[in-house]
Write a protein that binds this ligand. Structure first.
Ligand SMILES: C[S@@+](CC[C@H](N)C(=O)[O-])C[C@H]1O[C@@H](n2cnc3c(N)ncnc32)[C@H](O)[C@@H]1O
Length: 389
């Protein structure tokens, strides 16, 4: 079966939906698009015409940063309405994905356990301590987060996330949800055409949406992925095997992994950093320094850094920090790549930052061009940063 634009690819693990379940999911997707394209833009109008002038009148100056804008906007009815509707859409999204997964969980577990033949591997570590930054909060309001297991050999978190991310991004990550990995690959091909990594590691690989394309684009490379969450990895393994793509997945904390020194040429992460604490990120960067061979590269992909946008846009993109259980979102958008590289032992002069255009099918999707306002992926680019060893 070939992926169709604007439809998620129906691989063997994707939960089936009844007509009612599918309609409910489609409603959430349309509702999110409506909020991003029709309701969110008026928040800026309200700011420019009411909130900013009132602030200037009171303080004799404009707001200095996104925090002052947030405090001023918090009492505004239009902003409150958009914010409340967006939060509601997030809760509706998870629920619309949980219901079909709960209905067919036995089947999903048994499909995931069936023997496979693509040649990938799965190594779980039931003794791995799940970091507190996962257990203390249901990240982005995903019930139970990534790691929670309700039944033996559970894959529910993976199945819910796979469908949830597609709806969250309104299909803009492409039929395989792989746009972020594809965008790093396109960036590497564009900027380092001769770079041919032989061993690639994806940190926080989740359902391996973005891990799979590395094996497709560098077929001679050994591609590995780590994640702390067993339900994600079981699902990721079964999904990638069903796609015929051999990748090697293991349950590890990216802060402290069991691979040998200098054993990778390319280490990547896709929207991992904003979900780890600042302390964890520092340890992860040190691990990258240890694991990379000389000349090897680490690249993290995220939504744009706040320094690249004006304070109002940063305030809107920062919404997740205060309203969507993303406690590390704000800090992660202020990371200074040269300083992070230096602290981990790299030469800061070899650090880099780039805005990489969205690579794949998502580039064809109709964009709202606002990354913010609940339109994750809608900007049509990803912020990449990293360093070469
Ligand atoms: C937003 S998801 C990543 C999505 C995935 N990379 C993709 O592109 O589809 C973040 C993932 O990172 C994992 N994670 C967070 N902190 C981690 C850590 N310290 N070590 C390994 N995995 C971690 C979470 O369990 C979760 O699956």
């Amino acid at each position: 079966m070939q992926p169709q634009d604007h439809e998620q690819f129906a691989h063997a693990l994707l939960p089936e939906t009844t007509v009612d379940e599918f309609s409910r999911q489609e409603f959430v997707k349309s509702y999110k698009l409506h909020l991003a394209s029709q309701v969110s833009p008026n928040t800026k109008v309200v700011y420019d015409t009411q909130i900013k002038p009132a602030f200037e009148k009171e303080h004799g100056r404009p707001p200095k940063n996104r925090h002052e804008i947030r405090k001023a906007m918090n009492g505004n009815n239009h902003y409150q309405t958009w914010s409340s509707l967006l939060r509601t859409s997030q809760e509706m999204m998870w629920k619309s994905c949980q219901v079909p997964v709960a209905r067919q969980l036995d089947k999903l577990v048994s499909v995931a356990k069936a023997p496979t033949s693509a040649g990938g591997t799965l190594t779980l570590n039931p003794d791995l301590e799940i970091p507190r930054y996962h257990t203390a909060v249901d990240i982005h309001c995903q019930p139970g987060g990534y790691h929670t297991e309700m039944v033996k050999d559970d894959v529910a978190a993976g199945a819910i996330y796979d469908r949830g991310v597609y709806i969250y991004a309104m299909g803009q990550l492409g039929p395989m949800n792989d746009d972020i990995g594809g965008s790093i690959i396109a960036y590497l091909k564009e900027t380092r055409a001769d770079f041919a990594p032989k061993r690639i590691l994806d940190l926080g690989c989740s359902a391996a949406h973005s891990t799979v394309p590395y094996k497709l684009h560098y077929p001679d490379a050994e591609v590995c992925g780590v994640d702390v969450a067993a339900p994600m990895l079981r699902y990721a393994h079964a999904r990638s095997e069903s796609l015929g793509v051999p990748i090697h997945l293991s349950q590890q904390n990216a802060e402290d992994m069991n691979f040998e020194d200098g054993s990778f040429d390319l280490i990547v992460s896709h929207i991992l950093v904003h979900e780890t604490s600042s302390a964890a990120f520092r340890k992860i960067m040190k691990e990258c320094h240890r694991l990379l061979a000389p000349g090897g590269i680490v690249i993290h992909a995220e939504t744009p850094a706040y320094k690249a946008m004006d304070d109002f846009d940063a305030f809107i993109l920062d919404w997740d920090t205060y309203n969507n259980n993303e406690p590390f979102w704000s800090k992660s958008h202020e990371i200074d790549p040269p300083s992070a590289a230096k602290e981990a032992g790299f030469d800061p002069a070899k650090s880099f930052e780039a805005m990489a255009p969205s690579a794949y099918e998502a580039a064809k999707a109709k964009r709202t061009n606002v990354f913010q306002g609940g339109d994750f992926g809608g900007g049509g680019f990803w912020y990449l940063y990293g360093v070469q060893k």
